[in-house]
Design a protein around this ligand. Structure first.
Ligand code: V47
Length: 378
């Protein structure tokens, strides 16, 4: 058992929350809000780190992966998305299967596929892409298609969610990525992504996936027009779903990249990012992993996030498009050695994983300032 640190709280509300955390009691909406509003950032980080260390020791996971976005053509009009395009737009593209495959290589352990909703890329075309990837790159596992795409495939093919997921599993799908959840707020949905599936359908897809034995991730898009209450409410709904179906692996808070969306011209602050990461770790006590996603946070904040509850950096990615078409300032991909450096700078131990968090390699020979603690299996 991890020793319980003696935290000198400046924020008395956090001291009360800490008692709940240590005794394993779930946090409520008021607790989540207090965490998101606290000025006692260091105490919050210590609390989240304790929970992180109970689950994954000093390990921080990363994967050699590629994000593959076969097309950005999309029938939706989500206001927060600079990635999506209509035919004729300057940044519109639609890859052939060969063009998509040309972006992959033999050393990959995960291919993360996500694209726009476009009739060319229906279920059958997507299955063919998956077959080709598995044939040419057998060491890569497939984490593919958000709940929004699964819903699109099902409606076009006139199949149930279950039938679509079963077909995808037969063709090698091992996990669903967490995109498309945005914020489970009807108010925000109406303003920013009216045409997209909402909370009920998103959760239904993930619940069905879990029932069939698939793992999946979950996200929250924050830093646009949502309130702090709406952020915490989103976390509580995910925690309740995890109680029911149990298949979530990782939660990824996605910091909004304003780009040319016109929603706001402000990036989230590093303090807001760290508070959101730590609050997620504390509220989502039944999620094994929390991702400190370098693409949206930038390398510095993502590395610091590994002492605010994050235990995963995602991966090398190759050529990120969703955030970079929204003018993100991070690089479009990172090398393995840069990921190792970011983890070591945080005083953690890099653990290379596959898409399902099987550990492939642990890089013990870093400058680790503390006793190497191994993860307790969760
Ligand atoms: O659902 C779109 C978001 C998501 C913007 O499961 C934006 O491991 C910020 O879900 N600013 C797709 N975010 C990406 C995603 C993801 C990424 C990495 C790992 C995993 C995983 C999942 O990107 C979309 C949407 O919420 N997004 N536009 C933007 N301007």
């Amino acid at each position: 058992m991890e020793p319980v640190p003696d935290i000198r709280f400046k924020d008395k509300k956090l001291a009360l929350i800490w008692e709940k955390v240590v005794s394993g009691k779930p946090l409520d909406i008021a607790d989540g809000l207090a965490c998101l509003q606290t000025r006692d950032l260091i105490s919050l980080g210590k609390m989240a780190s304790w929970v992180k260390e109970k689950k994954s020791g000093d390990y921080v996971y990363f994967v050699i992966n590629a994000q593959l976005n076969p097309t950005n053509l999309c029938v939706l009009d989500c206001k927060f998305c600079d990635f999506a395009a209509k035919p004729g737009d300057k940044h519109a593209y639609n890859m052939t299967t060969e063009e998509a495959l040309a972006r992959l290589s033999n050393e990959l352990h995960e291919v993360h596929i996500v694209g726009g909703l476009w009739p060319d890329w229906d279920l059958d075309h997507s299955l063919e892409l998956m077959d080709q990837i598995r044939e040419r790159f057998p060491s890569a596992q497939l984490k593919a298609f958000t709940a929004v795409e699964i819903d699109f495939f099902a409606k076009r093919a006139k199949l149930s969610i279950e039938a679509v997921l079963k077909k995808l599993m037969e063709h090698g799908l091992v996990a669903l990525p967490g995109g498309g959840a945005e914020v489970f707020s009807k108010r925000v949905k109406k303003e920013l992504f009216d045409k997209k599936i909402g909370e009920e359908r998103w959760l239904e897809v993930h619940a069905t996936a879990h029932r069939l034995g698939l793992k999946s991730n979950a996200t929250l898009l924050y830093g646009h027009i949502e309130t702090l209450e709406e952020r915490v409410d989103h976390l509580l709904k995910l925690r309740a779903q995890q109680e029911r179906s149990g298949g979530f692996l990782t939660f990824i808070p996605l910091a909004f990249q304003p780009g040319n969306t016109g929603i706001t011209d402000r990036f989230t602050s590093a303090i807001d990012d760290l508070r959101t990461l730590a609050t997620s770790r504390l509220v989502l006590d039944n999620f094994p992993h929390i991702k400190s996603y370098w693409v949206m946070l930038g390398e510095n904040t993502a590395s610091i996030g590994l002492n605010f509850g994050g235990d995963d950096l995602d991966g090398t990615i190759g050529e990120e498009k969703i955030a970079h078409l929204a003018l993100a300032e991070s690089p479009v991909g990172l090398t393995r050695s840069r990921l190792l450096a970011m983890i070591r700078e945080a005083g953690r131990i890099p653990a290379e994983r596959d898409a399902c968090y099987n550990i492939l390699n642990v890089y013990e020979n870093g400058n680790i300032p503390r006793e190497n603690r191994k993860p307790q299996l969760v």
